[in-house]
Write a new protein. Structure first.
Length: 746
């Protein structure tokens, strides 16, 4: 039967999964994200005509657009099933705008989870585009474009070429800069901890000084200030007997946490798994789009991963409660269904992030997932299952021990009932035991010690804590957190050192000027309110044009003031006595955000540049490049091939460039495992990631993300092994590239 329906999704992997659910009446295609956008080289928004946008088809999506148009001609109806959020709705809008002239019969489909049942149900319940969502996303896009395209040229002119500003990213940078200021201004305060060690019936326990004369110790208000005061306390306590004045026993309950929302998943993946926010979303996307999971077939494993809601569908809760009762016994199932309350500020457009089918346990899915997918799925699955399990219960004991004006406290705790903690076999549940004691009982301290401490400055932000800060302040939304964090690093406004964010000098300078001249843009409360208004547009309670006009009226005044009054902080070219060997002008030292280089003062007429160093007298000296030649001549003209480094890594180029544009990869002394004829070459992708391929490409299409080694696997007889790196142990090891083979060696 010929296909009569076209289903458009965002990614090839999602298309591959869904295609297996649908019959031959469906054509399934992937749009691969945005296919239309504002132009790159200009603002693309006519502010004087009510912010009228100019959209262009993206050049790199030319073939995809052509394919979609051809497919649209062949079918009776088109279903657009891009991601179920604002951005997905905007992508669907642009797809509709392009295809409606060819086939106007277009409907919108929302997949909140990728399973056979849910996919078919979503298509059956297809509707129309939600233009409120589209308007909300477009308003965000216009605001970001206006800020970026209006402020960035100003920064180039006043500070340094290549800088850029962003409406939300600049706020994130400011948060990091402000924290650094707090750390720099911090004055540590000295204080002393006093502890007493007791022993009874061969069981020892420690108590800490809690109050003096009824006044509770508090580092900021009341403390043991110095060594002299600590010695005074020790002197008062020496040879004294402590009396137990109070024993308080109570039960402590630990409730299971709410199911994951985007920000919390990113935070836990960072702290527990060491994932960046970007990596977390990438791995979660694969789990959402679907995997082949043995007996369960091809299915999505989690619900949509961009959400700020903790709501769980009733059907999922019912299924989960049946699973808990069957697998953990009724004693671990909470008698009454537990519900979690979503924040008032949440959009609540989607469910929480949960396992689609609770029966697909992490242990079962492990053989079908990559290690990263397995680890992320495990924490999502456990968190979901825990929601309908009983709380953990602890018996907690607090003992007061008194000597004169000094009150010490000792704490003990033992686990009485695991509850949901049965899901966490690796979690440490060490008991803090106390001996049998009674009130008015007297004890002599075996040892009393004092320890000098100093208050610590506030901690620098990690990815997890910065995302939490953005969420708490109402900055950004679930779909934007990862992008915000990635952007401020890529723009080199902050840098990561030992997983902590440090502002760069550029980040500090740019933030200082933006705070001074754009007080609204660099205002957390203003930005949070703007986010709220975008939410109101989505709910049809506010108007896009009104928001844009109100924003621009204040922004334009700040922009004009900045153009007029922002000081020029641009580093001046440093003059030298060196002459350009191409045009005879003088060479100058130029400074960019990536460093310094020697360039011709006659730029742009002359684009001659050189590397340089400074001698012992700080004088600029040209560093001549030493040319390295390949032992193989150019295959086209026979001249020598010269070693060069480009944006995608090292390579050889003909010395007669530009007359001869022949290039060749720099190869390793490793034979290609596939064709045996070529050599392995180390290459670099568009995003800078290193990979390895055959020098005979495109005739041989061997590719590996890991460095191949000419050695046969002793277990599965694969004709090569690969070199890998363990980030936990910080050691390299050799492994078999065959996923089914577990061979590994140091």
């Amino acid at each position: 039967m010929a296909a009569t329906k076209l289903l458009i999704v965002e990614s090839p992997s999602k298309a591959k999964t869904i295609k297996k659910y649908l019959g031959s009446t469906f054509l399934v295609r992937a749009s691969v994200g945005h296919i239309r956008d504002l132009p790159k080289t200009r603002l693309g928004i006519n502010i004087d005509e009510d912010f009228k946008p100019t959209f262009q088809n993206l050049r790199d999506k030319k073939d995809i657009i052509k394919d979609l148009k051809e497919a649209a001609k062949k079918v009776k109806i088109i279903y657009i099933a891009t991601d179920p959020d604002r951005e997905g709705e905007a992508i669907a809008f642009h797809l509709q705008e392009i295809l409606k002239k060819i086939n106007p019969n277009i409907e919108r489909v929302l997949f909140h989870e990728i399973t056979k049942t849910s996919v078919k149900a979503a298509i059956k319940n297809a509707g129309q585009l939600n233009m409120n969502l589209v308007n909300s996303q477009q308003t965000r896009r216009f605001l970001d474009r206006i800020v970026g395209y209006k402020i960035s040229p100003l920064l180039w002119k006043k500070i340094m070429k290549g800088l850029s500003a962003g409406r939300v990213q600049s706020i994130a940078t400011m948060i990091v800069v402000d924290r650094e200021k707090e750390i720099e201004a911090f004055n540590p305060v000295e204080y002393w901890n006093i502890k007493a060690l007791f022993e009874k019936e061969k069981m020892s326990f420690i108590s800490s000084l809690y109050s003096i004369n009824g006044k509770k110790l508090d580092v900021k208000k009341f403390r043991v200030n110095n060594e002299a005061e600590a010695k005074q306390v020790l002197g008062d306590l020496k040879n004294n007997t402590f009396e137990i004045t109070k024993i308080e026993k109570k039960e402590r309950k630990q409730q299971p946490p709410a199911p994951y929302i985007t920000s919390k998943l990113q935070q836990d993946a960072a702290s527990q798994l060491g994932f960046s926010a970007k990596k977390t979303m990438s791995v979660a996307q694969k789990l959402y789009e679907g995997k082949d999971v043995g007996d369960f077939g091809v299915t999505g494993l989690i619900t949509y991963m961009r959400t700020d809601s903790v709501r769980i569908a009733k059907e999922a809760i019912d299924s989960l409660r049946d699973y808990v009762e069957k697998n953990y016994s009724k004693s671990e199932l909470i008698p009454k269904t537990r519900y979690y309350k979503t924040k008032k500020s949440a959009q609540d457009a989607h469910e929480a992030i949960r396992a689609v089918n609770v029966e697909i346990t992490p242990s079962y899915a492990k053989d079908y997932l990559t290690n990263d997918e397995y680890r992320l799925y495990t924490i999502i699955w456990r968190r979901f299952v825990a929601t309908q399990m009983k709380e953990a219960r602890f018996d907690k004991t607090v003992i007061d021990l008194t000597v004169g004006k000094y009150l010490f406290k000792a704490n003990g705790e033992i686990l009485k009932s695991k509850g949901f903690l049965v899901l966490y076999p690796n979690r440490k549940l060490e008991a803090t035991l106390l001996p049998e004691l009674s009130e008015k009982e007297k004890l002599a301290a075996k040892d009393i010690t004092s320890e000098q401490k100093f208050t610590q400055p506030p901690a620098r932000y990690t990815e997890a804590s910065l995302i939490k800060k953005l969420e708490d302040e109402g900055i950004g939304r679930p779909s934007t957190y990862a992008t915000i964090v990635t952007t401020i690093v890529n723009r080199e406004y902050v840098e990561k050192i030992d997983k902590k964010f440090h502002p760069t000098d550029t980040g500090k300078i740019v933030t200082e000027q933006l705070v001074k001249f754009f007080p609204d843009i660099l205002n957390i409360e203003f930005t949070a309110k703007l986010e709220d208004r975008l939410d109101l547009i989505e709910e049809a309670k506010d108007d896009s044009l009104t928001v844009l006009k109100e924003f621009y009226s204040g922004f334009e005044k700040d922009l004009n003031n900045a153009i007029e009054n922002m000081p020029s902080l641009k580093p001046k070219d440093e003059e030298t006595d060196l002459v350009c060997d191409k045009c005879g002008s003088m060479m100058v030292v130029k400074t960019t955000k990536r460093g310094q280089f020697l360039g011709c003062s006659n730029y742009p007429a002359c684009k001659n540049i050189k590397d340089f160093k400074r001698d012992e007298n700080n004088k600029v000296v040209i560093v001549e490049k030493v040319l390295v030649y390949s032992d193989k001549p150019c295959k086209n003209c026979g001249k020598r091939m010269v070693f060069k480094t480009g944006r995608y890594g090292d390579y050889y180029a003909c010395e007669d460039y530009p007359k001869c544009k022949t290039t060749a990869p720099v190869t390793l002394d490793i034979d290609c495992p596939d064709c045996k004829d070529g050599k392995i070459a180390e290459k670099r992708g568009k995003k800078g990631k290193v990979f390895y391929s055959c020098s005979n490409y495109p005739d041989c299409k061997f590719i590996s993300w890991y460095k191949p080694i000419n050695k046969e696997c002793p277990e599965c007889k694969s004709n090569y092994l690969v070199e890998k790196y363990d980030f936990k142990t910080k050691h390299r090891y050799v492994a078999c590239p065959n996923k089914e083979c577990k061979y590994k060696e140091n």
